[in-house]
Ligand binder design. Structure first.
Ligand code: MSP
Length: 471
């Protein structure tokens, strides 16, 4: 059986989940479900990123011990991920003792590529990122993403010698050995790689204690990204266990803002460890609120729980998987969400199921045998290219085709005229095709498709309440 490993970025637990956090899970979940249907055995990692300045400072501000703070928020993220229907198999916390120990072993194994030097420069704790003098100057000393002044750092740090790997990383990206999606991001990453200096991979404990201690040096903890990126393999057991059954990952899902860490530092670490690179590194766009970046200061942060509770899980997944493009920024507005729910889910799909099931029941139609499902070639082509929103569009067109076919074939007239043989053939044909469309929809809206399969199981039973009730 083909083994497929799928990963998601682990969110910082310095707040509650927001709607943008859903993208990694929704996309990775579609892929995981699709691969399972194709017969693969799938491992799907999820987790939380608990170390670093940002989290430590937040806990201090709130006057809560940092351990208590991360425990509480981790629970909220766990609940959120479950509410999204993400079919993950493994959950990691970066404060897990076993993860920390494995990170230290990873550090030891990278030690040929690590050296100590003085760092003088700028840092944004919002991004948890070191920035160059030029970037700091270009932004007038203030991080544009967090509206916070960069902090000046002057300390002894350990560095990872990115220069040891640059050429090999470039070749791996250019040759698609690690396929960066979408294509335009691949070009951006190649440019960043060229400009990338060696990266500082530790912080002095004078400034940060909330991290994994650097082995053999009590005065330093690991830079949060080294610890965070390692999660993808420590969760598989590395380096205690042989991970070659699962690694390299078939696909890693990350947002566009953190692709740089996954396209440069992560490959350098993997190469230093002698491990292969992930096959696909997919970077998705951002969810905007009414065209604007969501931020607490603007007060336009969309609460994902509110969206989930409005019309249930599959309405949420439908919107963010079809109307949010897989690769570029997309907008959320309540109006668009309501329209998608009413005009598409309720009218196109809900009504179709109701109409067909009602006609079938009334005319005592039975399917001859359990239909066999298969993916359409175009669907496979799009799914294999990770064009999930386009694949979803493709399947939705098939839903609309079925609605047109009912209108054209008019089964109710056949019934009225007593043309029973024709009616039976017509309804059976429609139902079998609907079930195949339903099968292709199942990675996207799994709860609904399960209900639809039940409706058309023997005996066909129309839903007692509409699949997508309107207010
Ligand atoms: N902790 C790091 C990731 C470490 S992975 C080894 C981090 N955390 S985060 O909480 O800031 O972001 C988690 C994920 O959510 C990232 O993939 C990020 O791109 C994504 N998103 C955060 N805001 C988003 C939107 N508004 N829209 C879509 N995705 C967004 O980065």
């Amino acid at each position: 059986m083909n083994k497929t490993y799928v990963t998601t970025a682990i969110p910082y637990v310095n707040g509650v989940p927001h709607v943008g956090h859903a993208m990694d899970y929704c996309l990775a979940d579609v892929y995981a479900r699709y691969r399972r249907l194709a017969g693969d055995e799938v491992r799907f990692q999820a987790g939380v990123d608990e170390h670093g300045n940002k989290i430590y400072q937040k806990a201090e501000e709130l006057g809560i011990p940092v351990e208590t703070y991360v425990d509480g928020n981790t629970e909220k993220f766990k609940e959120f991920i479950a509410k999204l229907g993400a079919s993950y198999t493994d959950f990691i916390r970066t404060t897990d003792e076993v993860h920390e120990r494995r990170c230290q072993e990873i550090w030891r194994r990278l030690s040929d590529h690590i050296y100590k030097a003085k760092y003088e420069g700028w840092y944004c704790s919002g991004c948890e990122r070191f920035v160059t003098q030029k970037e700091c100057d270009d932004n007038g000393g203030i991080c544009p993403d967090h509206q916070k002044p960069y902090e000046k750092l002057e300390e002894e740090n350990y560095y990872l010698r990115i220069s040891d790997f640059k050429d090999k990383i470039r070749v791996a990206i250019e040759s698609d050995e690690m396929l960066i999606l979408p294509e335009f991001r691949k070009k951006e990453m190649l440019k960043l790689l060229e400009e990338s200096p060696d990266v500082s991979v530790s912080r002095s404990t004078e400034h940060l204690t909330w991290g994994v201690p650097v082995p053999g040096d009590n005065s330093q903890v690991m830079y949060v990204w080294i610890d965070a990126l390692s999660n993808y393999i420590t969760i598989l057991g590395y380096p205690d266990e042989d991970i070659s059954e699962w690694w390299p990952a078939a696909a890693q899902f990350v947002g566009k803002d953190i692709l740089r860490f996954h396209a440069i530092i992560w490959p350098a670490m993997l190469m230093g460890l002698g491990l292969p690179l992930p096959k696909v590194m997919l970077s998705h766009g951002f969810i905007l609120a009414d065209g604007q970046k969501m931020s607490k200061s603007i007060g336009n942060v969309v609460d994902p729980i509110e969206v989930l509770e409005r019309h249930g899980l599959d309405a949420f997944r439908y919107y963010f998987l079809r109307h949010a493009d897989t690769f570029v920024d997309s907008d959320f507005t309540w109006e668009k969400f309501e329209n998608a729910y009413n005009n598409e889910l309720a009218n196109d799909l809900g009504n179709l199921v109701q109409r067909l099931a009602t006609l079938a029941k009334k005319n005592e139609i039975k399917l001859e045998s359990e239909p066999e499902f298969k993916f359409d070639d175009e669907y496979v082509r799009l799914m294999d290219k990770f064009e999930f929103s386009k694949a979803f569009d493709y399947v939705w067109e098939r839903v609309q085709d079925l609605n047109k076919r009912i209108d054209e074939e008019k089964p109710w007239s056949l019934a009225k005229n007593g043309e029973m043989k024709k009616l039976e053939k017509c309804l059976r044909g429609l139902i079998v095709d609907l079930l195949n469309v339903n099968y292709m929809l199942s990675p996207f809206i799994p709860d609904t498709t399960e209900k639809i399969f039940e409706v058309f199981a023997d005996p066909i039973t129309p839903p007692e309440t509409p699949l997508f009730p309107k207010d």
